[in-house]
Design a binder for this molecule. Sequence first.
Ligand SMILES: Nc1ncnc2c1ncn2[C@@H]1O[C@H](COP(=O)(O)OP(=O)(O)OP(=O)(O)O)[C@@H](O)[C@H]1O
Length: 225
Amino acid sequence: MSVIEPVLELHNLSKSYELDNRSITPLYNVTASIPGGAFIAITGPSGTGKSTLLRLLTRLEDPDSGHVVYRGRPLTEWEPTELRRRLHYVFQNPVLFPGTVADNITYPARLTDQTLADDTIHDLLTRVALPPSYANRTVEDLSGGEKQRVNLARSLSLCPNVLLLDEPTSALDEESTAHIEAEVTAYCQQGNTIIWITHSTEQAKRIADRIWQIENGQLTEVVLR
Ligand SMILES: Nc1ncnc2c1ncn2[C@@H]1O[C@H](COP(=O)(O)OP(=O)(O)OP(=O)(O)O)[C@@H](O)[C@H]1O
């Protein structure tokens, strides 16, 4: 019998914030394990700690207590840039730079003195349901849903081992949503791990093999039937 090693281990994670003279605790003593190649959907009411968890997993913030282990090493032992290439957080609100779609998609490659061939850019655009001709469009002229997909294409160019998606289809129509869901599922089936925040229980059931709910500081697994 083959044993699937955990790609991520969350050990007793707690995170609180001070807000208007009161303390709120989105995560309290959360422990969980994620096997490599899992597709996890995180649901829960607004403001309960879903994005907080993704920020802790990518070290945009550190927990007040507890720790996370990625591939057998605590996150704090990974070089942050290397960590964020491997565990890549696709933010809910895309951060695109002024310029063309191609400028944005090639940005991570350029940071490491690499180039992306036009065919690769076109392939990335096709994967997020945008025509290759969009490569030369100015990002300022794109709709919210188009920006969201360019953002995802740029993230896919990094080939992250763990893809963390914060409501990646919130601005998309049904057809584009179905395309992105299929693309991310195919990416998962190649052995990558997906954590996808969604407000839609229907979407969570459609895409994920495990569903987590975060509420009142606790992470619970929803039993799928
Ligand atoms: N830097 C911060 N300072 C103070 N409070 C914060 C900070 N970051 C997050 N919070 C609070 O922590 C709670 C959890 O925030 P988080 O962004 O994780 O929620 P969420 O579940 O992702 O919400 P949504 O579904 O609306 O995106 C919220 O009440 C939020 O206001």
